[in-house]
Design a protein. Structure first.
Length: 65
């Protein structure tokens, strides 16, 4: 669909974000990004003998008073 949006086999959508994207979305929503970082996870499929590296965005937002 776009350079960061994908349609999955089950008909669901997947969207990928960078930390900069998350910060912009927070700003537009009038939220403050108090913590933002990438979390790296290595998944192992023992049955297939493969490993996958996944990267997630972890973000904490606060709402101004």
């Amino acid at each position: 669909l776009t350079d960061r949006s994908f349609r999955r086999a089950g008909g669901t959508f997947r969207r990928y974000y960078a930390l900069e994207d998350v910060a912009r979305l927070a700003e537009r929503s009038e939220l403050t990004l108090t913590e933002g970082r990438y979390c790296c996870v290595r998944l192992e499929n023992r049955k297939r003998g493969t490993t996958m590296d996944r990267v997630y965005v972890h973000a904490v937002f606060t709402k101004p008073l």
